[in-house]
Design a binder for this molecule. Structure first.
Ligand code: NAD
Length: 251
């Protein structure tokens, strides 16, 4: 059994998968840190594999198929998760997409879909868990932003807007919920080795490494360990913050 109950969006690969693994298998004494409900939208076999992998380790993990951009579906799914798990103590808003293009070539659809999946989803899930967290007077919400939400990036006007929006949302809700024992923070990863960044060619990767004092890309585990810290009791006096996990890229 996990000590806490957690929801992680976009759990079947990359950073989200590392977060699910970290929260579900971290041992606190004889217990696991958290039972984890993770959200995925397409790959059923990926979800089944992750549940099987972690169940074999004794962890309690369940997969829920939901489009994070759909307000109605998210409210329904979170209701089901709370019925299945009994409560929700931790929400990690991780799901995200990119549809990069220079502004002159960016379609209205590509702007809207990135905002809906990356930013509106954070509203959808935060709203869905808020009644339960306010009632229990406690909770941790961790939103995955990005360094480009802080410094911008050519070709990513949609993505960087969504990630900057997450930072504004995080700070506003941190202020709304602070007196109710709910911490709301953002993690801003730099360049992390996942399928999302796989499409960068060697030249692009080398150019990026120029700007990273640590001269390496981050791993999903680098981000997951920060999320674990912000989800735990040791981070109880931290709220409304944006923690960069970027090898020193933005400082
Ligand atoms: N990889 C990086 O370098 C990097 C850097 C900064 C921030 N981030 C952010 O970290 C998060 C995870 O990124 P990643 O690199 O693991 O990406 P990824 O593409 O490997 O994973 C994204 C996950 O989100 C899920 N998802 C996408 N649309 C969804 C929808 N409509 N409904 C439900 N789930 C959906 C996908 O299924 C996938 O599991 C994203 O928010 C991303 O913007 C990544």
């Amino acid at each position: 059994m996990g000590l806490k109950k957690a929801i992680v969006t976009g759990g079947t690969r990359g950073i989200g998968k590392a977060i699910v693994r970290e929260l579900a298998t971290k041992k606190i004494g004889d217990d696991f840190f958290a039972d984890v409900a993770f959200i995925y939208n397409s790959c059923d076999s990926c979800a089944d594999e992750l549940v099987a992998e972690l169940t074999a380790l004794g962890a309690n993990v369940k997969a829920y198929k939901t489009d994070v951009a759909s307000f109605g579906d998210v409210q329904e799914t979170v209701k089901n998760i709370i019925a299945d798990f009994g409560s929700v103590d931790i929400l990690v808003n991780n799901a995200g997409i990119t549809k990069d293009n220079l502004l002159m070539r960016m379609s209205e659809e590509d702007f809207d879909s990135v905002i809906r999946v990356n930013l509106k989803s954070v509203f959808n899930f935060t709203k869905a868990v808020s009644r339960q967290m306010l009632k229990q007077r406690g909770g941790k919400i961790v939103n995955i932003s990005s360094v480009v939400g802080i410094i911008g990036n050519p070709g990513q006007a949609n993505y960087s807007s969504s990630k900057a929006g997450i930072i504004g949302f995080t700070k506003s809700i941190a202020k709304e919920f602070a007196s109710r024992g709910i911490n709301v923070n953002a993690v801003a990863p730099g360049y992390i080795k996942t399928e999302m960044t796989e499409s960068l060619n060697d030249n692009q990767q080398n150019a990026l490494l120029e700007f990273i004092p640590m001269k390496r890309m981050g791993t999903p585990e680098d981000v997951a360990k920060t999320v674990l810290f912000l989800s735990g009791d040791d981070a109880s006096y931290i709220t409304g913050q944006v923690i960069t996990v970027d090898g020193g890229m933005v400082m």
